[in-house]
Structures are given as structure tokens and as C-alpha cells.
Design a protein around this ligand. Structure first.
Ligand code: 13P
Ligand code: SF4
Length: 299
């Protein structure tokens, strides 16, 4: 399958982008592997005619919005992020009416429709920097309450209003599970994604996006780490650090939607050019504004 994928990729001038949560086999064959921010930048820069996006729907959608003339294919169109939908209808309008000076800050893990109603997008690796750069004093942070709380703590000068969305995968990681691993490996450092619940973040040595966790490990002298995020990051961690050990809370966090990006599905979309992401033109016209604003401020 790998040989066939590589051949088709060349013939069709396609590029494969994969998130760190995609299956190992997808990360292995991808041209670029990264966190949401890196992949959004790569999607905007690429000269390929076809982008095969091994991630979840909001990632494929963002790639299409940033690159309307390209064909964006998803190995499985049902791969979705439940958190991307977790803002109640009418809530944004309600907040805009309640506050005169308000910026709606939208985590990229959100539907294109939510992006349309937002002022700027952020990812977990640039949210603090972007919120700090905004003029408004009041910030409505959607959809993730946990990333929003991390930002609120680091930007105390702003009034950050939280929404009650969350990632079901990260929310399942409990402090008890993490401390159980810590008891077995007391010298291990706890590294957590900001989508984890507060009780987990409070016992963590480092909080960062998937890419930031990977960088932290690379530049750290410690050799044992408890990783509080989706298991897929282990592939890159092991590739980069043959001398270090990684432990995950049990049961191991697994995003079933990300795991739909199998080699079989990648090959199928490259062959058939099916599973194309389509975004309504008007939605795309509005949603590109907060996405471009993110890319601009983060640069
Ligand atoms: P990153 O911003 O680290 O890519 O995380 C995206 C995500 O979906 C985490 O659950
Ligand atoms: Fe969404 Fe959570 Fe899966 Fe990330 S891990 S894509 S936030 S469900």
C-alpha cells in the first residue's frame, strides 16, 4: 500500500498532512506531520494540487478555507472532533450583546460556522500570544473551557469568559490515573496538553500543545515522562528519543476519529479522489478572516 500511495502522490501532485494523533502508519508516510498550527500553515503554503489531510474534519475544513482552489481530501469524512460543535446556538450573539468591547476567540477545533462568527482563531500553541495581542479587554473563548482557563491564567489583564466545551478524550484523564503512574515512576515529569482538566494541569510540570510537548522532551535532560494527551504522539516521541521512556495514564487516551486515517483509507482517497471537503463559498469567505488573522498575529 505504501508504494502505491507514494506513486499516486507523485502522479497527482498530492501532499499528505498528518496530525500527531493520526495512526503511526499515516505519520510514517506523510510529507508533513505536526500540530494543528503547523498543519494550517503547511496547508496554506503548499503548491500541491491535492491535499490529503489525515486529521479530523475541522482541520480539513480549515485547509480548504485557506486554500479554496485546491482539492482537500479526508481519508474518512466521518472523522470529526466532538468539541468542535460545543458552543450553544445563539451564545456568541448573546455575549456580543452583553459586552460592548468583546473579541470572540475561537480555538481552531471548531466548525467553519463557528469560525464565521469569531474575530480570531487560535491553536493550543499560540492562544496566549494571540489573546495578549488583542485590543479588547473582554474575550469570549470558545469552545474549550480548559484551554480557555490556561489562557486566562497567563493573561490576567483580560476578562476571559469561558464556554463549557471540552475534549471528551482529554477529559477522561483523571488526576488519580496520572498519580498512579507517578507512584510507579516518581522521577518522571508530567507533561500535559491544555485540553486536560484543571486537576491534571495542576499536577503537571509542563503544559503545551502536542508540538510543544515533543519539543520539551527533546530539549530536556530527564529521561522519563508521563504524557497526558492522545497516545498518537508516542510515535514521534519514540522516533526522536530512543534513550527516553514514555508512560501514559491508563486507560490510554485514544481519539477514535483520528484513528480513521488508516493507510487503506489514504490509498482509497488518492485513487478515487473521493471524500472531498466542500465548504460553502459564503461560509468560506467569512471563516478565512479569523484564520488569516491568527496566521498574521502568530507570525
Ligand atoms: P494541537 O493543537 O496540539 O495540535 O492539538 C489539537 C487537538 O485536537 C488536541 O486534542
Ligand atoms: Fe477533538 Fe479531542 Fe480528538 Fe483532539 S483529541 S481531535 S480535541 S476529540
Amino acid at each position: 500500500m505504501k508504494a502505491e500511495i507514494l506513486k499516486l502522490k507523485k502522479e497527482k501532485n498530492a501532499v499528505i498532512l498528518a496530525h500527531y494523533y493520526a495512526p503511526d502508519e499515516a505519520q510514517e508516510i506523510a510529507d508533513f506531520v505536526g500540530d494543528s498550527f503547523y498543519l494550517a500553515k503547511k496547508a496554506k503554503e503548499t503548491r500541491a494540487d491535492i491535499i490529503v489531510f489525515c486529521g479530523v474534519r475541522f482541520m480539513g475544513e480549515s485547509a480548504k478555507i485557506l486554500n479554496p482552489d485546491k482539492k482537500v481530501l479526508m481519508p474518512d469524512l466521518t472523522a470529526d472532533c466532538p468539541m468542535a460543535h460545543m458552543v450553544k446556538k445563539g451564545k456568541i450573539e448573546e455575549m456580543r450583546n452583553a459586552y460592548g468591547d468583546l473579541s470572540v476567540v475561537c480555538y481552531i477545533n471548531s466548525t467553519a460556522e463557528l469560525k464565521c462568527q469569531s474575530d480570531v482563531c487560535v491553536t493550543s500553541s499560540n492562544a496566549v500570544k494571540i489573546v495578549k495581542a488583542l485590543d479588547s479587554e473582554n474575550i469570549f473563548f470558545i469552545p474549550d473551557k480548559n484551554l480557555g482557563s490556561v489562557v486566562a491564567k497567563q493573561v490576567p489583564e483580560k476578562n476571559i469568559i469561558l464556554n463549557d466545551g471540552f475534549c471528551p478524550i482529554h477529559a477522561k484523564i483523571t488526576c488519580g490515573q496520572v498519580l498512579k503512574v507517578k507512584t510507579k515512576h516518581p522521577e518522571a515529569l508530567i507533561l500535559s496538553h491544555p485540553e486536560c482538566e484543571k486537576e491534571v494541569l495542576d499536577v503537571s510540570d509542563f503544559i503545551g500543545s502536542t508540538a510543544e510537548i515533543i519539543d520539551y522532551v527533546k530539549n530536556c535532560n530527564a529521561d522519563k515522562f508521563i504524557i497526558c494527551t492522545e497516545k498518537g504522539v508516542e510515535y514521534k516521541l519514540l522516533c526522536d528519543n530512543t534513550d527516553k521512556r514514555f508512560f501514559f495514564p491508563e486507560p490510554c487516551p485514544c481519539c477514535v476519529d483520528m484513528k480513521l486515517n488508516t493507510l487503506k483509507n489514504i490509498l482509497n482517497v488518492l485513487k478515487t479522489e473521493s471524500n472531498e471537503i466542500v465548504v460553502d463559498k459564503e461560509v468560506s469567505r467569512k471563516a478565512i478572516i479569523p484564520l488569516n488573522k491568527m496566521l498574521e498575529i502568530a507570525r
